[in-house]
Every structure is written in C-alpha cells, then in structure tokens.
Design a protein around this ligand. Structure first.
Ligand code: DGP
Length: 110
C-alpha cells in the first residue's frame, strides 16, 4: 500500500513549509494552486475523509485553524472546501480543508 502523502508531509519526510501548525493540525500551500492563495489544512492524525472523522472537536479545531491560516496568509475573504469522495474531487485520502483566496470566486463550483 502506498504511504499517505499527507502523513509523510506531517512527519517531515517531504520537506514542506507549514504556514500554520499546532499539536494536532498543520497547514501548507497546495502543490497545484487553484487560486493566488491555496492552503491545505490537515490533521496530523490520519483520517481518510470527512466521512471517517469521529472526533467532532477535531473538526471544530480544523475549521478554527483554517481561519487562522487564512489570516496568516493575509486573507480576509476566502472559500473553504472539503472534497469528500471521488465524485466530489477528493484525490488524497487524508482529510483536508482547502482554503482558497486572493481572487473573486465563481459559484456554483464545477
Ligand atoms: P483533493 O483533490 O481535495 O483531495 O486535494 C488534494 C490536494 O493535494 C490537491 O489540490 C493537490 C494537493 N497535493 C497533492 N500532493 C501534494 C504534495 O505532495 N504536496 C502538496 N503541498 N500538495 C499536494
């Protein structure tokens, strides 16, 4: 089985600057940015997706951390996206929030 890419980033095996970090969560820039600012907010513990998250406190902390990471990146207006499942566009099977900003966003999303 392939090692989880976000677990490898969390443990430092793939050098990645963190724009935010605490005991449970890290945030870093997406390698394929879809906006001028595109951050990923990731729990250190492996959780496959939002559907597998069994810790409501962690989910709250992820959202609060996304707000902090957005502020750290200078964003006052931003979009948070949690792709859940292949049909929704989830390609990395480790729960993550996308924080997108720095341009006007269209709605509905594709
Ligand atoms: P999603 O499609 O919602 O699962 O988003 C996964 C995102 O992860 C995608 O936008 C690209 C990003 N990504 C994949 N591999 C890496 C990596 O090695 N480093 C970083 N920084 N981002 C990655």
């Amino acid at each position: 089985m392939q090692p989880c890419i976000f677990c490898r980033i969390v443990e430092g095996a793939i050098p990645t600057p963190f724009v935010y970090k605490d005991d449970e969560i890290v945030a870093f820039s997406d390698i394929q940015p879809q906006a001028p600012v595109h951050l990923l907010v990731v729990p250190r513990r492996h959780v496959g997706s939002l559907n597998e998250a069994d810790d409501d406190m962690l989910l709250g902390r992820l959202l609060a951390s996304a707000r902090k990471a957005a502020a750290q990146a200078g964003l006052e207006q931003y979009r948070i996206v949690v792709n859940t499942g292949a049909d929704a566009g989830q390609s990395v099977l480790h729960l993550h929030l996308h924080v997108l900003g720095g341009r006007v966003m269209a709605w509905p999303p594709g």
